[in-house]
Write a protein that binds this ligand. Structure first.
Ligand code: PEP
Length: 254
């Protein structure tokens, strides 16, 4: 089944409004007509999102995502941002369960599940991140960990809802380290993830779900990774802070 590749730039706590303007101007000059075949997304810090929207000026050539969202509707939740606010500003995606939020903010898959359901109810596409630590991989727990993260994080979704989710497989040991999973290891993990999705939601939904690879993707390794049958794009951190390398990764997925 053919799935439209999706390449997303997770800017993390980088790129204030001024830098984002410069990045978008460079990106515009780097992208080509063929890039239309790829869904391209930037995921800025909340404070930068209005500037990105202003520069895009209604153009749907680039999707915009948030790096997190609250599981609550509104009210006394200091520091939180709701799905209603993301909708108001035009965010179509939200990254949920990133390993940095799991690690530094204690987010569990069960908690992230509440956010996944909130996002779906608001019509926002979750980019749901999963992945094992090096210790878990080396002790033979890879499949157990991935399966638990999928089952708990995507609990209670209908097959139709699940089909719209983007899953990002990001081995924790590959994030920001310069060490990438080999294309064979990544493909094998992606195929396993798709089999778990098929068990939970049926083959049709599993075949529709886009599974991104994340973890030190760069222009040098992107072609081989994106060429794997079950790799449908990338969630990119460091290399997506430079417009030329983000564009090169987009082109690698065509
Ligand atoms: C990420 O944070 O999602 C990520 C994959 O980062 P990097 O590309 O820098 O490893």
């Amino acid at each position: 089944m053919s799935r439209t590749p999706i390449i997303a730039a997770n800017w993390k706590m980088n790129m204030g409004p001024k830098e984002a303007r410069e990045f978008l101007a460079s990106l515009k000059s780097e992208l080509c007509g063929d890039c239309k075949a790829v869904d391209k997304v930037v995921v800025p810090p909340f404070i930068t999102i209005p500037t990105v929207m202003e520069v895009l000026d209604g153009c749907d050539c680039l999707g915009v995502g948030a790096q997190d969202v609250s599981d609550r509707d509104s009210g006394a939740f200091t520091g939180e941002i709701s799905t209603t606010m993301l909708n108001e500003i035009g965010c179509k995606y939200v990254v949920l369960g990133h390993s940095e939020r799991r690690q530094y903010h204690g987010e569990t898959s069960a908690y992230v599940n509440k956010k996944v359901k909130k996002a779906l109810a608001a019509g926002i596409i979750p980019i749901y991140c999963i992945g094992e630590t090096l210790e878990q991989r080396e002790s033979g727990q890879l499949e157990t960990i991935l399966k638990a993260q999928i089952v708990e994080g995507l609990a209670d979704l209908t097959p139709a809802q699940a089909a719209t989710v983007v899953v990002a497989y990001e081995p924790v040991w590959a994030i920001g380290t310069g060490v990438t999973a080999s294309s064979a290891d990544a493909q094998s993990a992606h195929a396993f993830i798709r089999s778990v999705l098929a068990e939970g939601f049926g083959q049709e939904a599993a075949d529709a779900i886009r599974i991104q690879y994340g973890g030190s993707v760069n222009p040098g390794n992107a072609v081989e990774l994106m060429g794997q049958a079950d790799i449908d794009g990338a969630l990119v951190g460091g290399a997506a802070l430079v417009a030329a390398s983000f564009a090169a990764i987009i082109k690698a997925s065509i």
